[in-house]
Design a protein around this ligand. Structure first.
Ligand code: NDP
Length: 478
């Protein structure tokens, strides 16, 4: 079965009005950086320059932390929860009103298909603000004592794979609990965080409650090591997470880390094959595989290996790769040249180590950063593509014979963020879930997120939880 011919259905980008350049958002205003340094953010699908963005230096980070401290002491921590809730509800409503604009902006700056930014990222952003607005006046019922106190100023550093969603995961619980924040978006995807700054203005959020400092790793380092920060929240690579843990260790800063993953998506012989194949595709090709909890290792029971692989190949032949703004697109652009180089390198290593590489016939656009959906079979546990996070649309397939072997192989990783189990036996799901060393175990589904459900890892996938009642703990002095 080949692809149906679809006429192009591009979402118009006219709804987005980009400024030529953006300042930092400090104390409720956009301000220039002290050193007058800037960098450009581009569309990874076309390499077109979208805007120039200010690079915050240590003096700017210092200004932002002072603004957050002022707002914490004089305004935000003094407001009753029900008043904080009103602002969070207002933000959630504005996100919904601007949903189309935010989705287009996210797809432009990140390269992800509009179908995903429109149907997944932005609705979840609004849901996170609604959910935490609900908690703001009920914190005494969260199980952390009768009058849980906020921590103070939170320094938050987020990655480029879900720019606005990661911002929501960080900012919504922090504000609900009475903290103020300084947030640094990733260098390659700053635009929706800056659009969010405008939403804060529109919501009349008191100045300094949310501050956005744009920049690269150095800006992030200046933020997490700033002595005026009480709490650090980081999502990104395990390597940088370890560096931040070392930097915070001698201080009183509270720290949560959400790091990498190498999740096993485990398919048993009694699983409904077509549903499992949808789950495998969603698990690794959603968001080009730029997902920390991606199901990047497929563990398939030996007896159905050939059947599952044949169905998977047929399904992959129907995926459409191309313009992220086209509503028919399934696989968008890789976020940056650097990430593309990393995916290429690890895929070459996979071949060199003896695994068999396969991609569906797929024409890659000439400009921009692209990588076809790729499946490696004949992968052994020792291969680097079975051990390292590729963070791209690359699936490594391994086999197993018994549930015990599946558990052994799934847990044979330094990570422990997520896992998937596909079987029609409820007892087997429970047996597996209690043995898998992963923060989230999905059964007969994958990549399902909900603000009420805590998310986080074991081992080198980090510590602390985001979302749900558990996620509040990270922003309370308990
Ligand atoms: P990083 O961990 O470098 O980036 C995450 C965030 O941290 C970005 O905002 C980054 O800024 C910032 N940062 C970088 N260095 C420091 C530092 N020393 N102190 C404080 N903040 C810092 O991830 P990369 O973007 O470099 O991606 C590299 C690999 O990490 C990927 O290939 C993937 O394997 C993994 N990754 C995992 C993610 C996850 O959710 N688990 C998310 C992103 C990446 P800037 O972007 O400007 O450099």
């Amino acid at each position: 079965m080949g692809k149906f011919e679809y006429a192009p259905a591009p979402e118009s980008r006219d709804i987005v009005s980009l400024r030529e350049s953006y300042g930092l958002f400090i104390g409720g205003e956009f301000t220039p950086g002290v050193d007058d340094r800037a960098f450009k953010t581009i569309s990874p699908a076309t390499e077109e320059i979208l805007a120039e963005v200010t690079e915050a230096g240590p003096a700017d980070v210092d200004r932002a932390v002072s603004a957050a401290r002022q707002a914490y002491e004089h305004t935000w921590s003094r407001l009753p929860g029900k008043e904080r809730a009103k602002y969070l509800f207002r933000i959630a409503r504005i996100v919904q009103e601007k949903a189309r604009e935010l989705a287009v902006l996210e797809s432009l700056d990140n390269g992800k298909p509009i179908r995903e930014s429109r149907d997944v990222d932005i609705p979840l952003v609004a849901a996170h603000f609604f959910y935490h607005a609900g908690w703001a006046d009920k914190l005494e019922y969260a199980g952390y004592g009768p009058a849980p106190r906020p921590l103070g100023v939170a320094g938050q550093v987020i990655p480029w794979n879900f720019p606005l969603l990661m911002l929501a995961w960080k900012i919504a619980p922090a504000l609900a609990c009475g903290n103020t924040v300084v947030l640094k978006p990733a260098e390659t995807t700053p635009l929706t965080a800056l659009a969010f700054a405008e939403i804060c203005q529109q919501a009349d959020l008191p100045p300094g409650v949310v501050n956005i400092v744009t920049g690269a790793g150095e800006t992030g380092r200046a933020l997490v090591t700033h002595p005026g920060i009480d709490k650090v929240a980081f999502t990104g690579s395990t390597e940088v997470g370890k560096e931040i843990a070392r930097a915070c260790a001698p201080s009183r800063k509270k720290l949560t880390l959400e790091l990498g993953g190498k999740a096993a998506n485990i398919v048993f012989e009694d699983a409904p094959v077509d549903q499992a194949v949808e789950g495998i595709v969603n698990g690794i090709f959603f968001n080009q595989g730029h997902v920390c909890c991606a199901g990047s290792r497929l563990l398939v029971q030996e007896s159905v290996h050939a059947e599952v692989l044949a169905a998977l190949r047929r399904r992959l032949e129907t995926l459409r790769l191309g313009d992220p703004l086209d509503k028919n697109t399934d696989v968008g652009a890789i976020n940056s040249a650097a990430q593309l180089a990393k995916i290429r390198e690890l895929s070459e290593v996979g071949e060199a180590e003896g695994a068999q590489r396969w991609s569906p016939p797929c024409e890659l656009p000439v400009k921009g950063f692209w990588f076809p959906p790729t499946v490696f079979t004949g992968v052994s546990q020792a291969h680097r593509i079975a051990r390292e996070e590729i963070f791209g649309p690359v699936l490594s397939v391994l086999t197993f014979r018994t549930p015990a072997e599946a558990v052994e192989k799934a847990n044979n990783t330094p990570y422990g963020l997520s896992a998937g189990v596909w079987t029609e036996k409820g007892s087997l799901i429970l047996w597996m879930a209690s043995r898998l060393r992963a923060g989230v175990v999905w059964a007969n589904t994958f990549n399902k997120f909900d603000p009420a459900s805590p998310f986080g890892g074991y081992k080198e996938s980090g510590y602390g939880r985001e979302g749900g009642r558990h996620g509040l703990e990270a922003y309370l002095d308990v």
